[in-house]
Ligand binder design. Structure first.
Ligand code: HPA
Ligand code: ZN
Length: 335
């Protein structure tokens, strides 16, 4: 991998912590918690990671999460991600967690939250990575279940910056969750939503107009709607794009066909992220690298993507400026 990309100061804004579960840790946690896995070896796990679409991935992803049982498991998972992120000079990260995939198995909301939160605190003090937490609702479940999850999160609302929407997109439009998101906003949460990954541009409009999102997760299908594209550029509503994920889940046939470069060059605040790195073949630097190679991104374009990542964070303008100054300094020293 290019040292330039690895060491580029960057923010990661689209990362499901459950999607960082590496097969080795999956086996370790299964052993610790006496859980039978349907795999015999790490190799067999990796062979199962061939997906046809989003749903075929989600089935395996939720199954993998079952090894997460105790607070320390969530801590170990998050700590492993943060170490990896530090090695790729991620300076700030805003990570999703899916409480419903744990509470539905009888694991308390607090167990998942406390383990993740403690590791994020240590990430700040020991690795110098700042972070924020985003609670993501599973959109294949009902709005009532999302609302019950929001209620569980209220005691922790000072350390959860936003709510989001993930899981099976098609047939589960943002409008289904309008009331939940209204309530979340009234409680002080910011909002984001996965939209336009597999779903149509209309879902992106709904996320903007009904859920009042600050960012769109994925959003690559915005390219099909010129008016939407113009709106996203004008309002600088960021897209958290995940190139390796999109190719693995067959949103694009190949990386060469990915529209990241077109989005960026339409003036959209596009960012590069890893989504579920353990399942999709790479962390954030591998995503930058794969896109760079297939789309022939210039150093200026890589710089712009990293700058966008800081501008798209939920940090204060002052904190964003500090990180952008670090990025500017890095690029000046090199050029
Ligand atoms: N899309 C929807 N749901 C998800 C994803 C994704 O890319 N990753 C984890 N849950
Ligand atoms: Zn995602």
């Amino acid at each position: 991998m290019h040292a330039f990309i690895r060491d580029l100061p960057k923010a990661e804004l689209h990362l499901h912590i459950e999607g960082t579960l590496e097969p080795e840790l999956m086996f370790e946690l299964a052993r610790r918690n006496n859980i039978d896995l349907p795999y015999k070896s790490v190799l067999e796990v990796k062979e199962a990671y061939n997906f046809e679409d989003l749903q075929s991935f989600l089935d395996i992803y939720y199954q993998g999460s079952q090894v997460l049982q105790k607070e320390v498991d969530f801590y170990d998972l998050t700590w492993a991600y943060l170490q990896k992120a530090a090695s790729q000079n991620v300076r700030h990260t805003e990570i999703f967690f899916d409480p419903q995939s744990h509470t539905d198995r009888g694991i308390a909301f607090e167990t998942a939250y406390q383990g993740i939160y403690q590791a994020l605190q240590d990430g700040k003090s020991k690795l110098g990575i700042s972070s924020q937490l985003i609670l993501s609702f599973l959109r294949h479940l009902s709005a009532e279940e999302a609302l019950a999850t929001l209620e569980q999160a209220l005691p922790y609302k000072d350390s959860i910056v936003a709510v989001g929407l993930d899981s099976a997109e098609q047939g589960n439009p943002p409008s289904k969750f309008k009331e939940v998101f209204d309530r979340a906003q009234a409680e002080g949460f910011l909002t984001v939503a996965h939209a336009g990954e597999e779903g149509p541009p209309e879902y992106i409009w709904e996320a903007i107009n009904l859920l009042e999102v600050s960012r769109i997760d994925h959003g690559v299908r915005s390219m099909e709607d010129p008016e939407l594209l113009q709106y996203l550029a004008e309002k600088q509503i960021p897209l958290t794009v995940c190139p390796l994920s999109n190719v693995k889940l067959k949103v694009f046939d190949s990386m060469a066909k990915h529209n990241l470069k077109k989005l960026l060059n339409s003036g959209i605040c596009a960012t590069v992220n890893s989504d579920d790195p353990s399942y999709f073949g790479g962390y954030i630097a591998e995503n930058y690298q794969a896109a760079q190679e297939a789309l022939d991104l210039s150093q200026q374009e890589l710089y712009q993507l990293a700058k966008n990542s800081f501008q798209a964070t939920f940090l204060s303008p002052e904190s964003q400026q500090k990180l952008i100054a670090e990025l500017d300094n890095y690029c000046q020293v090199l050029s």
